[in-house]
Design a protein. Structure first.
Length: 160
């Protein structure tokens, strides 16, 4: 598994650009809220640690991971941001609904990256079990939200 030998929360701050002059949008799914709140906390803490100002972090909530694409699109259209982080969590159930939601969210965020000149970072956990999601949202594998925030900083600087 991709995160087996990696801690998602570890980054070398000396290699990350200062984020003081950058503005970030974070769109958070309300589905699996325990997981998505932990991912948001990881992202917010990393942004602040790297110099972002609290007033330059805009958060919007959407009902689920499938709705992340629309939420991110509206944020790109109405807020002046340098990067957007899409935070969600989809945990496999008994039906193929999991596959459709994961595919739709991934494709939608990819489409936003093609259509807009502002990076949208994919921070959607797509796990088989709740334990796997917990492990990647502050558990034994670190926090994917932290990793997404670092990617957002790097991509925002690249985009300028």
């Amino acid at each position: 598994m991709a995160t087996e030998n990696k801690n998602l929360s570890v980054y070398d701050k000396s290699k990350i650009p200062n984020a003081k002059s950058l503005r970030f949008g974070i769109v958070v799914s309300e589905w699996n809220t325990t997981i998505t709140e932990a991912l948001f906390q990881g992202a917010q803490e990393a942004l602040l640690d790297c110099g972002a100002l609290e007033e330059n972090i805009v958060r919007w909530d959407v009902p689920g991971s499938f709705e992340l694409t629309f939420g991110c699109k509206k944020m790109l259209q109405t807020e002046k941001v340098d990067a957007v982080i899409a935070i969600g969590s989809v945990i496999r159930g008994e039906t193929s609904h999991f596959d459709f939601v994961c595919s739709g969210a991934a494709q939608g965020i990819k489409d936003l990256n093609i259509a807009y000149d502002v990076p949208v970072i994919f921070c959607v956990l797509t796990d088989d079990t709740l334990q796997q999601a917990q492990d990647r949202s502050g558990g034994r594998h670190g926090n994917k939200g932290t990793e997404a925030a670092i990617a957002a900083i790097q991509m925002a600087v690249l985009g300028k």
